[in-house]
Write a protein that binds this ligand. Structure first.
Ligand code: NAD
Length: 453
């Protein structure tokens, strides 16, 4: 089947943008209300699509996707008037009278490409930012969460003018064809290798882009940590959505003297959360597809399972697993796990943690479980990561008050809340200088003013 030509779609959105329809605050608010309405009116249908793709329970469907998108739009609606206010700075005295203003101007026509693990959050979250900022958007959800992509394609035309918001369904060929168009902004969520492809395509037209990528998020369990709370929060972050979460704790580095107690808490927690047989738990999901199942099942051999380890290919089930005796150079330590397997390794000093983090690609999240403030401060001040949590993990993307995004290999650019609005705007400095007063001191000939050098 041939790939459609997206030129006319982009041209229609560009014309709509240039005609000025998207700039008034009233238009933006109507669009944000539409996002809210889409996720409220079709709540059950969207939860059902998440169940079909990921066997996601309704609670977690709301947390990360359905209610999440409605809330993100509500947050933008609450703050948009403040965000849109120009910033005023004092004019230097020699240029008086006049004023300095920083406007937040929309960029124009944006392309938003999503990953499959949070299929609605990753396209409609950036869409909220794009619309609040006065842009149009073409959404390309991941083809891998097929029911969710189909639901987005079906429902978006009910709520939006296609000259403002449109969905393109498809995989690599369609995304490649979309990337060949000229955009004013590209917002991509996915893996670092595809992020590089997107960045190269953007470079051809010097298009700004935000890249929300992944990586291995180190999770430190210091000897001063509250071990029970640490285990509960780490288990929650690792096994939520079957481990398919970009901010999930990827591996634990535990102080040797507390490791066994921490592992016992992990085992107790898994039983408490998901029962003796997690396969029967209504709260425990499934791996997205056979390809990822095979990849993850292959990683189980990297260590000894002290919890979980069971698999069922027919059901795409991998039990919530904790691995010990994992070598630093084993396969599971070489790639982002992105599934319900948690290797626990030992580390015995703060400086070793600093060295561990700094000698590897910068992670999206860095998590420190400790009560010792000096330990926390030293690790935070000597390392790089997109974002960080202390005594918690994985959940920071749920806070619109926080900027969210990677650094280095885990991405570039931030969004959520105000940071999303800023990502989709140009901070346009406007110098407005009155023409009524025009002293000659800045003009040549300079000798006249004794300014000769
Ligand atoms: P992916 O990079 O394979 O795919 C992402 C998107 O890119 C999809 O829409 C896909 O259709 C498209 N795509 C894939 N290959 C392409 C190619 N060769 N050319 C053009 N487009 C292409 O990622 P994924 O498997 O969907 O998601 C998993 C990755 O996403 C993990 O690394 C995870 O950490 C990361 N992720 C990051 C965040 C974040 O916010 N930082 C959130 C979720 C997932």
């Amino acid at each position: 089947m041939s790939v459609p030509d997206y030129a006319s779609l982009v041209a229609s959105q560009r014309a709509f943008f240039l005609e000025g329809h998207t700039r008034p605050v009233a238009w933006r608010k109507t669009q944000l209300e539409a996002v809210k309405a889409l996720f409220t009116d079709h709540h059950d249908e969207l939860c059902d699509a998440l169940w079909k793709d990921l066997r996601r329970n309704v609670n977690d469907a709301d947390l990360m996707d359905v209610d999440y998108c409605a809330k993100e739009a509500a947050y933008a609606l609450k703050h948009i008037d403040t965000w849109m206010k120009p910033l005023h700075e004092p004019m230097p005295l020699v240029f008086e009278p006049g004023y300095i203003r920083v406007n937040r101007d929309p960029l124009g026509v944006s392309l938003i490409i999503g990953a499959w693990n949070e299929p609605f959050m990753l396209v409609f979250g950036p869409l909220v930012a794009a619309l609040a900022a006065g842009n149009t958007a073409v959404l390309k959800p991941s083809e891998i969460a097929a029911h969710c992509a189909a639901a987005a394609a079906r429902l978006v035309p009910e709520y939006f003018d296609p000259r403002a918001v449109a969905v393109v369904e498809g995989a690599v060929p369609e995304t490649t064809a979309l990337l060949a168009q000229q955009w004013d902004m590209i917002f991509f969520t996915g893996s670092p290798p595809v992020g590089k492809i997107v960045h190269q395509a953007a470079a051809k037209n010097l298009t700004p882009c935000v890249l929300e990528l992944g990586g291995k998020n180190p999770t430190i369990v210091h000897s001063s940590a509250n071990l029970k709370a640490a285990a509960r929060r780490i288990a929650y972050g690792r096994y939520l959505n079957s481990g398919h979460i970009c901010t999930a704790p990827d591996h634990v580095l535990a102080w040797p003297e507390v490791k066994d107690e921490f592992l016992q808490h992990m085992k107790d927690t898994i039983r408490e959360f998901y029962g003796d047989d997690p396969k029967q738990s209504p709260d425990y999901g499934r791996v997205i597809n056979r390809r990822n199942f095979d990849r993850l099942a292959g990683l189980l051999g990297s260590g000894k399972a002290i919890a979980g380890g069971q698999t069922d290919a027919d059901e795409l089930y991998i039990a919530p697993t904790v691995l010990v005796d994992v070598a630093v150079d084993s396969p599971i330590m070489k790639e982002e796990i992105f599934g319900p397997i948690l290797p626990v390794l030992e580390i015995d000093s703060v400086e070793s943690v600093v060295q561990w983090v700094n000698s590897r690609p910068s992670p999206l999240g860095l998590y420190i479980f400790a009560e010792d403030k000096e330990v926390i401060d030293r690790i935070l001040s000597a390392t790089r990561s997109g974002d960080a949590e202390v005594n918690d993990c994985a959940i920071h993307p749920l806070f619109p008050e926080l900027p969210f995004g990677g650094v280095g290999n885990s991405g570039m650019g931030k969004y959520h809340g105000r940071w999303g609005f800023e990502a989709f705007t140009n901070a346009r400095g406007v110098l407005h200088h009155s023409s009524t007063v025009d002293p000659g001191v800045r003009y040549p000939p300079y000798a006249k003013h004794g300014l000769e050098r």
